[in-house]
Design a protein around this ligand. Structure first.
Ligand SMILES: [Zn+2]
Length: 479
C-alpha cells in the first residue's frame, strides 16, 4: 500500500479511533463518585509494580492502608505484615453489630501480586505498568488478575464506611502477597501466624466471573472447588557408553516410548457436587448432541462414547471431567558423544479435589507400563474438599445476578487452575470464586500480553460485589 494513501488512511483511522474513544466516553455516563474512587485505587494499584518474582507487595499494601486511614478506619483494624518486609499483606476488619450471637465474619479476598510482564512482549503502545483507557477497555498487567477485585473490595468497604453501614457480621478485606507463586504466600502466612485475622464463615475470592457472548452476559460462574496441582518426575536410567557404539537400549528412547504410551491414557471421569451441577447447567446451553452426551455421562460416568464426545467438544470440559496429567518438561543426556544415562520428564497433574495423589501415581505407573522407568513419590497433600453450594451464598449470587444481568444462569464451576481459596477449603472454610466481572471467554488475557478489562465490566463488577457484600452481611440471609 502506497505511503501517501496509507498516511491518509492512517490519519482517518486515527481520527476514527479518537472519535471511537470519544464516542465510547460519550456513550458512557460520567463516572459516579464511587466509580471514580474505585478507578483511582485501580489505577494506583496497576501502576505499582507488584510482580511476584521481581517486585513486592508492600508499597501497594501501604497505599491501601493509607486510604483506609484517610477514610477513618481505626489503626487497630488495619493490619500490615507478611513473610518478608517487601511482601506485606493488608487486612482490614469492618466491625458488624457484634454480640455473642453474631455470625462469623465474611472474608473478601484478593491478591496484590501479579505475574511478570515485559514491555517488549506487549503491543508497542502499551506498557504493562502504565494504566491506559482505550476503546472501552482498561489496559495494564493485573487488570483482570487480580487488581480489579482488589481495588473494588477496597473502594466498596470505604463506601460502606462512608454510608455508615452496620452489618450483622464483621467484614474482613484481605489483600495479599504471592498468590501467583514466589516465596511468600500471604494467605498461608496469615493462616499460620494470624489465624484470627482471617477466620471467617466463608470467603469471596477470585476464580469466578461472568461470560459474555456478542457483548451480552449469558452466564455467571461461581468457582466452588478447584483442581489440585501436583508434579511427578519420571526417569529412565541406562548404563550409557560411547555414542559411536549405540545399542537398542537407550534412556531417551525408553522414556519417549513410556511417554507415548502415557499420552494415550485418560483418567476416569468422576463428578462431584460442583461439576455435576456445572454439566447439568451447561447441557442446557450446549448444542443438542453435546447436551445429550453430557446427560448420558451424568447418568453413567463410564460411558466412553459420551465422554469422548464431551471432551472432544472443548478441552475445558475434559479438564472438568477428570484428573489430567501432562508432560511439561524434558531433560536427558549428559554429553553429545555419550549414550544417555538419564532421561527425565516432568508430569504436571491437576487432580480432582479429594483425590489421593498416591492413587494418581499408581495410575501413571500403570499407564507408562515400564517398571524400569521410575516415577517420583506422590506429594503429601491435605485434601481440599469442594465448597458446599450453600443456599445463602448461591441464593444471594442468583439474586444479584438477576438484578444486574437479567435472567442468566448462575453456574458452579471447578477451577482447573489454583487460587488462594484452597488453603481455606483445607481448613473447612468454604470459599467461592465470584466477581460479577463479565468477560469474553475466548479473550482471556490473564498472565498474558495486553491484559485488559472492559470498563463497563469493571464498574458492573463493583456494583455486583457491593450488593453481594451487603446481601451476605444482612441478618435475614445470615443463618
Ligand atoms: Zn489471580
Amino acid at each position: 500500500m502506497r505511503a501517501s494513501s496509507f498516511i491518509r488512511l492512517a490519519t482517518l483511522a486515527l481520527a476514527m479511533s479518537f472519535a471511537g474513544v470519544a464516542r465510547v466516553r460519550a456513550q458512557q455516563a460520567p463516572l459516579t463518585p464511587n466509580q471514580q474512587a474505585a478507578r483511582d485505587i485501580y489505577k494506583e494499584l496497576l501502576e505499582t509494580n507488584t510482580s511476584v518474582m521481581t517486585a513486592g507487595t508492600t508499597i501497594a499494601a501501604q497505599q491501601i492502608a493509607k486510604r483506609y486511614r484517610d477514610a477513618g478506619f481505626a489503626e487497630g483494624d488495619i493490619f500490615l505484615g507478611g513473610v518478608k518486609p517487601e511482601k506485606f499483606n493488608v487486612v482490614l476488619r469492618y466491625h458488624g453489630r457484634g454480640g455473642a450471637t453474631a455470625p462469623r465474619p465474611l472474608l473478601l479476598l484478593a491478591h496484590l501480586d501479579v505475574v511478570e510482564a515485559l514491555k517488549s512482549d506487549w503491543s508497542p503502545d502499551l506498557d504493562p505498568f502504565k494504566f491506559l483507557e482505550r476503546d472501552g477497555y482498561f489496559y495494564a498487567r493485573g487488570t483482570s488478575d487480580d487488581k480489579a477485585m482488589a481495588s473494588i473490595f477496597a473502594a466498596n468497604i470505604i463506601r460502606l464506611k462512608k454510608e455508615g453501614y452496620v452489618p450483622d457480621r464483621d467484614i474482613i478485606v484481605a489483600l495479599t502477597a504471592d498468590e501467583e507463586g514466589g516465596c511468600c504466600n500471604g494467605v498461608r502466612w496469615l493462616i499460620a501466624n494470624h489465624r484470627e485475622l482471617v477466620d471467617a464463615a466463608y470467603v469471596i475470592n477470585e476464580g469466578g466471573g461472568g461470560s459474555l457472548r456478542d457483548g451480552k452476559p449469558f452466564l455467571n460462574n461461581v468457582q466452588a472447588t478447584e483442581k489440585v496441582f501436583a508434579n511427578f518426575t519420571i526417569t529412565a536410567k541406562n548404563r550409557g557408553g560411547h555414542s559411536s557404539v549405540p545399542r537398542p537400549d537407550n534412556a531417551i528412547y525408553e522414556l519417549s516410548e513410556g511417554l507415548v504410551r502415557f499420552s494415550h491414557f485418560n483418567f476416569p471421569v468422576q463428578f462431584n457436587e460442583v461439576t455435576r451441577s456445572y454439566f447439568e447447567h451447561t447441557a442446557a446451553i450446549e448444542s443438542p448432541d453435546v447436551a445429550a452426551a453430557m446427560r448420558a455421562l451424568l447418568r453413567n460416568p463410564n460411558d466412553l462414547a459420551a465422554s469422548a464426545a464431551v471432551s472432544g467438544r472443548d478441552p475445558r470440559y475434559n479438564s472438568t471431567l477428570r484428573t489430567t496429567c501432562v508432560a511439561t518438561m524434558l531433560t536427558g543426556g549428559h554429553a553429545t558423544n555419550a549414550l544417555p544415562q538419564t532421561a527425565s520428564a516432568t508430569i504436571n497433574c491437576r487432580m480432582l479435589p479429594n483425590t489421593d495423589p498416591a492413587d494418581v501415581r499408581a495410575q501413571i505407573v500403570r499407564a507408562i507400563a515400564d517398571t524400569a522407568i521410575e516415577v517420583s513419590a506422590a506429594p503429601a497433600m491435605r485434601p481440599s474438599a469442594p465448597s458446599p453450594l450453600l443456599p445463602e451464598v448461591m441464593g444471594a449470587v442468583e439474586t444479584v445476578t438477576k438484578q444486574m444481568f437479567g435472567n442468566i444462569p448462575v453456574v458452579p464451576i471447578m477451577g482447573t487452575g489454583a487460587t488462594d481459596s484452597s488453603p481455606f477449603r483445607v481448613l473447612g472454610i468454604p470459599a467461592y470464586g465470584v466477581s460479577g466481572l463479565m468477560g469474553d471467554p475466548e479473550d482471556v488475557r490473564a498472565h498474558g500480553r495486553d491484559e485488559r478489562m472492559l470498563m463497563k465490566s469493571y464498574f458492573d463488577g463493583q456494583e455486583f460485589l457491593y450488593r453481594l457484600t451487603k446481601m451476605l452481611t444482612v441478618a435475614k440471609t445470615v443463618p
